[in-house]
Design a protein around this ligand. Structure first.
Ligand SMILES: Nc1ncnc2c1ncn2[C@@H]1O[C@H](COP(=O)(O)OP(=O)(O)OP(=O)(O)O)[C@@H](O)[C@H]1O
Ligand SMILES: [Mg+2]
Length: 518
């Protein structure tokens, strides 16, 4: 039996925990109680998740008058909804003589223990929890948070004095799906590394519970209500299936058609690897992402490889050069020129290194917002509306090309599309439109991110995909001439950058370009 459940007056008699809830209420036992223990409870709908969070709060509140807990929803509206956490808490505890402070949203039990209710929708809400100290924090519907920042912030608020017997617990309750699907899945269920494709284990504890673990609900009636919803959503809600993704608004796996084998001969093609740059190693920062897309002679585009990593500028540039060597000189290197005054200089520095090694380098500066435009552009380009998100605008033509290919190959049932069936029976090298995808170790994580767009926080791979695609679109035939292998280099001298010095023959120590330099 979990601690402090038997005889606990703060858990109503008609809500005695079910076996799975009991299991969750003792999951922290035997772990280090000085540092917060993290757990995700649930997975499927109706598994008794919200009730579990109330029980977990009541567990130590009943035993220890100095217990302090906080329960959180993402928005104020969700928190205040009738039947949701806060409403349910008042129904459970006010009849026992607990006091409700409506302005601070705090329940004080007859013994003095407290449970607060809050919301956290935006980083500016960090301040609401600034001075707080809690033993227990529960996030209901954890995947409603698009990134782990609020969860991490509250974790730093879990503290206690030396010798305090109350364990520190940080709990989440959630179904799969929603804007935070990927980070919650990676943290509690596990995922796949985009660079190596290796599966990695979750770093925190996950206890799945489904509707079958909640005998209080009329299961058959509830399952019946889910019968007509989208199969993906049903798999998420009924089975707690984390691998089922909601159909993306922009990108869907089936639109790519059958995946292409990695070593398939795609023939003559223009290839570009486009880099969306970032410059930090921090876990929550944006990543540097590079996507290699080619355009085959007949017209179809193929995503041949994708990678994403977090690195400081020096390491990042090193990785970009190393990746270019792997891709080979036939692949053009495309670099995003970042906004602000440093962008062009940074582009020049990196492209100089790449050009010295014989790569063709191109750059472009995606417009993020009004303030990023030059004065001439402000006068000549249409004004963005505030809701006009630049990443979505950039992804829209790519998504359109992707779906068009799906229709041309005749794989969809919308047979009234003007180009439906144009490419039926054509092999990939003779398809004229669309976007195909190569199967590699990186492919699943690439798709996870694309299908989650635009709800999901991570958008770097989508952005790099848009960059590569739009370069191919404006340069459909690629290069007329092969890139020059040798750059014209000045004679070696102390004030010439090492990258610009001529290469010396290893044996003779002389310039390989044929001239002897003293
Ligand atoms: N141990 C219990 N005893 C009695 N009723 C319970 C128990 N656990 C859950 N219930 C009831 O079952 C119903 C569903 O539980 P709950 O709302 O906690 O599930 P949930 O997983 O949070 O669902 P959702 O996915 O809809 O948020 C609620 O009416 C709740 O009060
Ligand atoms: Mg719930």
């Amino acid at each position: 039996m979990p601690p402090f459940i038997v005889g606990n007056e703060y858990i109503p008699a008609d809500h005695a925990p079910h076996p799975k809830q009991c299991y969750a209420l003792r999951a922290h036992v035997g772990r280090n109680s000085e540092t917060p223990f993290e757990m995700l409870y649930g997975g499927a709908a109706g598994g008794g998740k919200s009730d579990f969070l109330l029980m977990a709060a009541a567990q130590y509140a009943w035993k220890y008058p100095h217990f302090r807990g906080v329960l959180i929803r993402r928005t104020h509206a969700e928190l205040a909804k009738s039947g949701a956490l806060m409403d349910r808490a008042r129904k459970w505890w006010l009849p026992l003589g607990a006091h409700w402070n409506g302005s601070d949203k705090v329940i004080t039990f007859p013994n003095g223990a407290t449970i607060e209710f809050g919301y956290h929708e935006h980083p500016k809400h960090d301040g609401q929890y600034q001075g707080g100290e809690w033993h227990f924090c529960g996030f209901d519907e954890l995947t409603h948070w698009p990134d782990p920042n609020a969860f991490e912030w509250l974790k730093t608020r879990l503290r206690k004095t030396d010798g305090d017997p109350i364990p520190l617990r940080l709990y989440g309750a959630s179904n799969p799906g929603g804007p935070g699907h990927t980070w919650v899945k990676e943290r509690f269920v596990g995922g796949r590394d985009i660079v190596t494709g290796a599966a990695f284990d979750a770093k925190s504890f996950y206890l799945p519970a489904t509707i079958d673990d909640n005998p209080s609900l009329n299961r058959e009636a509830y399952k019946e209500t889910l019968r007509d919803i989208h199969p993906t959503r049903r798999a998420q809600l009924l089975d707690g299936d984390w691998s089922a993704r909601e159909p993306g608004d922009y990108f869907r796996l089936e639109w790519f058609g059958p995946l292409l084998e990695e070593d398939r001969d795609l023939g003559e093609r223009v290839k570009i690897r486009w880099w969306d740059l970032a410059a930090s190693e921090r876990d929550d920062a944006a990543r540097t992402a590079g996507v290699l897309i080619s355009r085959l002679q007949a017209g179809v585009r193929v995503v041949e490889h994708a990678t994403a990593f977090r690195a400081t500028p020096g390491k990042r540039d090193g990785k970009i050069v190393a990746q270019a060597m792997v891709d080979g000189r036939a692949t053009i290197v495309g670099l995003e020129i970042e906004g602000g005054s440093g962008g062009p200089a940074q582009f020049e520095a990196l492209s100089k290194i790449l050009r010295a090694k014989g790569f063709r380098v191109v750059g472009a500066r995606p417009r993020a917002n009004e303030t990023d435009k030059t004065n001439i552009e402000k006068k000549t380009l249409a004004i963005n509306t505030p809701s006009d998100d630049s990443k979505m605008r950039r992804a829209a033509p790519v998504a359109s090309c992707l779906e068009r290919g799906y229709q041309r190959r005749g794989e969809c049932d919308q047979t009234d599309e003007p180009w439906w069936g144009d490419d039926v029976g054509n092999s990939v090298t003779s398809q004229r439109d669309g976007l195909r995808l190569v199967a590699g170790t990186w492919t699943q994580s690439y798709l996870d991110e694309l299908e989650g767009f635009p709800d999901q926080t991570l958008k770097d791979l989508v952005d790099a995909t848009s960059g590569a695609w739009s370069w191919l679109e404006s340069h459909p035939y690629g290069l007329r001439h092969a890139p020059a292998q040798e750059q014209k280099k000045p004679a070696t001298s102390h004030n010439v950058h090492p990258d610009d010095r001529p290469e010396l023959d290893e044996d003779t120590g002389r310039s390989t370009s044929g001239h002897w330099t003293p």
